[in-house]
Design a protein around this ligand. Sequence first.
Ligand code: PLP
Length: 417
Amino acid sequence: MERPPSVDKLARSLADTGLPHPMLVDAARAAIADGDHTMARHHAEQTARRLLQPVVNATGVLLHTNLGRAPWPAHDAGRYRNLELDLTTGERGSRQSHAPALLARACGAEAAMVVNNCASAVLLILAALARDQGVAVSRSELVEIGGGFRVPDVMEQSGARLVEVGTTNRTRRADFERAVEADGVTLVMQIHQSNYRIVGFTESVTTAELADLGPPLVADIGSGLLDAACPWMPDGPPAWLEGEPAARQTLEAGAELVAFSGDKLLGGPQAGIIAGNADLVRRCGRHPLARALRPGGLVLGALQDLALTYLRRDGMAIPFWRMASLPIDGLQARARALGRGEVVATVATPGGGTLPGVEIPSVGVALDGDHRERLRAAHPPIMARVVEDRTVLDLRTIDPDEDAHVAAVLGSLEDPA
Ligand SMILES: *Cc1c(COP(=O)(O)O)cnc(C)c1O
């Protein structure tokens, strides 16, 4: 009988996978422990597949939570940068002086700061401005937004006291007035419902109606649409944006602060932005949690590039906005050029817990059967959907540079596995 190879020898035989030796040793050990050393390569490949890597998004979901929401390139990786250095004076500077100032400029805010994500932004605002004090929120806005972000839980962690106002379906300005008089409310908060809608017998209060209640109004708009007029889009705002709250207009309507994500409709890296009244932004920045929630230079550099792109009004250089506005005929031509499957009409969606029910007409190719596993095993992996027993690849979210790879992988599907 053949003797099993040594762990070391087996690990060395997998060196072509590119994984570091300790990972190969683990794969070899796992295979030997299972009594089948021929499985070592499979274990190593599984390990490689669990690593973070570029993925082709053929799902048609523009902000796919499992694929990191918005795609946006890193900035100057591997270089020193003046993260906390003022190059004019040579003195210590602030990491909050680059990207945040540009984002404030782009949405018409007096000041802005950046934290780790929008959940952090809300937590920091509440801890810095309303600890041990009442915060009035409409019952219709006590929402859970994917991944366990629950407004009442965040409020509790911040040390602020939730004052619930109105009812689930109807809240009026008079409800807020009573809460402010009776409950020692020092902050009024609006939270965008983001991923759901209440329809039917409903009534809600606008930002403008809450702006002059007395306490400062903070709006968690979530999605990070900077300006409802979309001056960065050559043809203005797309029709499907209708009704989405935007930072500039929410501040103009009287909110003192807005909070939003960096990686939803803003189209950038994971981040949370707090923008508005300079004094309130400063108070957030001075709170001890600001240090714990601050982003690193990689994120701030990427956000700076993004803010400059917005200020240049070059939306077509922002992958999210470019993909969202691609005309149908170009998608059809690319689908035909793939040369595989049937060209079909599809519906893409913004995704990312934004704009529920919004559909963007799109184009895909459909192949009979469920090929998701084979597509996921490609290098780079391709993520597709299965609709009515057909695998559908939506061209809207596929980068044109990836078309050749997609065509090659689809071609290989037709060979028997
Ligand atoms: C998405 C969302 C959040 C959470 O944002 P993260 O950046 O994922 O932390 C908070 N509030 C609203 C209204 C949202 O839409």
